[in-house]
Design a protein around this ligand. Sequence first.
Ligand SMILES: CC(C)(COP(=O)(O)OP(=O)(O)OC[C@H]1O[C@@H](n2cnc3c(N)ncnc32)[C@H](O)[C@@H]1OP(=O)(O)O)[C@@H](O)C(=O)NCCC(=O)NCCS
Length: 203
Amino acid sequence: MNSSKFLNCLDPDFQKDLKAEIKDLIFVEVRKIRREDLKNFVEAYLISYRGLEEYAYKTRREIKNYFNWLLKRDESGFMVAEMDSKTVGFIACDANWLSLFELKKVCEIHEIFVLPDFRKRGIGSKLLRSALFHALNMKRDLMELWVGEGNHFARLFYERNGFRGVNKVGKWVRMIREIQTTSLEECADRDLNPGQGLGKPLC
Ligand SMILES: CC(C)(COP(=O)(O)OP(=O)(O)OC[C@H]1O[C@@H](n2cnc3c(N)ncnc32)[C@H](O)[C@@H]1OP(=O)(O)O)[C@@H](O)C(=O)NCCC(=O)NCCS
């Protein structure tokens, strides 16, 4: 059965919802960051962290410095999600990070956010898969991040994406996720292709 025949068998309301979701997902592209993304990063950061200010930078100057720091840490792990050329989210994944807890280089997720109007469509998960792809490329075997203790939604989001909490320092929870070679299946094909500038994994 081809896909349009399959869609026509479904309840019309469900068909409409499904088509809208498919359309949204098709148009989300993840590409490597460019310096010109700075302005969009600052604006999107401020909107995305509304209500979570205790875990975020507050001033435009701090956020600009943060953008430049992320760029210096690992430019190829810093990516942006776009939908119809509109910026909808960012991820910064640093494969050069030396974890003081693991005593080895890990893929550190310093940052991930999606604009509130574009959440719950799989964009955050897609950004995480892009980071996983980068980690595989860099031959890292662990992803690590720190999330605000009270950022319950993000903590659940990470757990659903294979992370688990391992330590707590002050108001921050450290979460990790092992990377296996089988993780490649998760980020293969549909999300990432060389045309989007992310290249093929080396392993
Ligand atoms: C955490 C964050 C990045 C998640 O982004 P997102 O784009 O909403 O993530 P996803 O859509 O992939 O997943 C979120 C939920 O939507 C659901 N979802 C995914 N695709 C969906 C779809 N097509 N339709 C409906 N729901 C969907 C997922 O099941 C998931 O729910 P769950 O976590 O209960 O399983 C986003 O909430 C955010 O920017 N938060 C503020 C910044 C922040 O806290 N960053 C982390 C700092 S450590």
